[in-house]
Design a protein around this ligand. Sequence first.
Ligand code: COA
Length: 378
Amino acid sequence: MVPNEERMQRFTDLLPLERMYGAWSNEAIVGGAGSFAFDLTVPGGGVPTAGVTVVGVAPTHRRRGVLRSLMRAQLDDAHERGEPLAALWASEESIYGRFGYGLASFCGEITLAREHTAFAHPFEPQGTLRLIEPEEAQAAISPVFDRIRSEWPGMFSRTPVWWENREIADPEDRRDGAGPKRWVAYEQDGSVEGYAVYRHKPGFEAGTTNAELRVLEALGTSPEALRDLWAYLLAVDWIATVKSYLLPPDHPLFLLLATPRRMRYRMGDGIWVRLVDVGAALSGRSYAGEGSIVFDVADEFCPWNEGRWKLEGGSAERSKDTPELSLPVQSLGSALLGGVSFAALRRAGRVVELNAGAIERADALFRWDRHPWCPEIF
Ligand SMILES: CC(C)(COP(=O)(O)OP(=O)(O)OC[C@H]1O[C@@H](n2cnc3c(N)ncnc32)[C@H](O)[C@@H]1OP(=O)(O)O)[C@@H](O)C(=O)NCCC(=O)NCCS
């Protein structure tokens, strides 16, 4: 797509020049990469993160190391700035592992026919719903988003400009054939406790509707709020299909619906995480239990991370103790948010247990109460 003025502005507002990299050949630009600055929620906290985006190399200059040099500069700078993590959505799963990114979460899309939207158990909705105008949405919704995202590993902070630019602004070229964003707030006792944003793609065929409701984001501060919001979304009239993307594999809909198979959930990779600084990244999250573990980390691309790290009392330090788990930095990226267990990594040959029981102890420390969820591609 040719970038028009409005599209360019959308990026320049959020991507400061010093976070953009370009590759030149004979004074022509042949590649680029950038990173947003945000806090990524990790179990029990948030960590400053380089949110890698707009990566591309001109087809005339591919496979001669341009991406590699962009990744080099980007990770070196993130390290220097003191950002312990980098994270990204990959256009192809095969690209970023070599630069130390590990698959940290899974997510999936659903396509649910309207006639299969019954809930498994009857319930009385608790709150009330109110359609709100986009102008009102930012003030009404951003505080509730902040409450939810600060507890949900995998979510990231949104600045006011991000809200304006990426959530509220709704240019035609981002609608993919559907109508404008609709915002609905869920209120209990006068307080906004959840919201949904969705689009309607109208259509008729053979005299009956084949319209789609596309749920872009639906979040609630409580199980009741989330359930009631989905009950609303699934019951909108004149819809043939409800679609949503990026839902985590432990989304409550699997247990709420009478026939969850009918969602036709298709799962793929979610965000990829790279520990830029192993010590600071491991120290940035909380752990589910006491105890310690000594890792021997291999990291060819960022050799400052190589070697032994001891995690104890919630912080990770350099150590000379005997290592208990030997693993590449990608595996720590997979485990950090609690989305991939060390037992699963071992079954995939991505961690070696050097001390019997170390996998189990590491899992007892790293496990969290939910799968990481990043509800937005950045
Ligand atoms: C993906 C892309 C950025 C790669 O750029 P590039 O300059 O050709 O990559 P490099 O030459 O630096 O390659 C670095 C390594 O990645 C590998 N690689 C590059 N692109 C790859 C791909 N699409 N799939 C698998 N491996 C890939 C190379 O083989 C090389 O491997 P090596 O380290 O074993 O030698 C480029 O092909 C592109 O712009 N693709 C379309 C846009 C896109 O997918 N962007 C990513 C957005 S998330």
